[in-house]
Design a protein around this ligand. Structure first.
Ligand code: SME
Length: 149
C-alpha cells in the first residue's frame, strides 16, 4: 500500500475522531501531499432531494454550496455514478466555476450499498494534472469512506 493510502487509512480507522473530522482531515492530507490538488472537498446527497450539499473541504470558499443533480461536473457525477476526469475545464459546457484559477477537475462518486450518496471533488490550477494513480487512489478512498458513512 502506498504511503498516502496508509495515512488515509489511519485517519479513516481512527477511534478518536467523528466522521466529519475524518473527512476534514482527509481533505487536509490530500491538499498538503499533492501539490496540484488545489481545492479538495466532499459533497453529499441532501436526503431525498436531487441536490448535493457541500461537506468538509480545504481551499477557497465556493458559491456552489448546493448543486442540483445534472448541473456542473459534480451534478453530472451524481447521476452518472462514474468518475469524471476533466483535464481542461474550459472545454466543458456543463461546468460550474469555483475559481478563475481552476484548470482541471476530478470527481469520484461515493457508492454505499449500490447507492450514490456523495462524492469527492478535486480542483487543480494545473492543466491535465491527474494521473491514473490519482484516480485509483481516489476511487479506493471513496470505497473506504463509504464504509464510515
Ligand atoms: N466545478 C464544480 C463545482 C464545485 S467547485 O469545483 C468546488 C462543478 O462543475 O460541478
Amino acid at each position: 500500500m502506498s504511503e498516502i493510502k496508509k495515512r488515509l487509512s489511519s485517519i479513516i480507522e481512527s477511534p478518536n475522531h467523528d466522521t466529519t473530522d475524518k473527512l476534514q482531515k482527509i481533505c487536509h492530507l490530500l491538499d498538503q501531499e499533492i501539490p496540484y490538488f488545489n481545492w479538495t472537498g466532499f459533497y453529499f446527497k441532501n436526503g431525498d432531494k436531487e441536490e448535493l450539499i457541500l461537506g468538509p473541504y480545504v481551499g477557497a470558499a465556493t458559491d456552489h454550496t448546493v448543486i442540483p443533480f445534472g448541473k456542473g461536473i459534480c451534478g453530472q457525477v451524481a447521476v452518472s455514478n462514474q468518475t469524471f476526469v476533466v483535464p481542461d475545464v474550459h472545454e466543458q459546457d456543463n461546468y460550474l466555476s469555483c475559481s478563475i484559477d481552476t484548470k482541471a477537475e476530478i470527481v469520484v462518486p461515493i457508492i454505499k450499498n449500490g447507492e450514490n450518496i456523495g462524492q469527492i471533488d478535486i480542483d487543480s490550477h494545473t492543466l491535465n494534472p491527474f494521473t491514473q494513480e490519482d484516480r485509483e487512489m481516489l476511487e479506493w478512498l471513496c470505497g473506504e469512506v463509504a464504509g464510515i458513512l
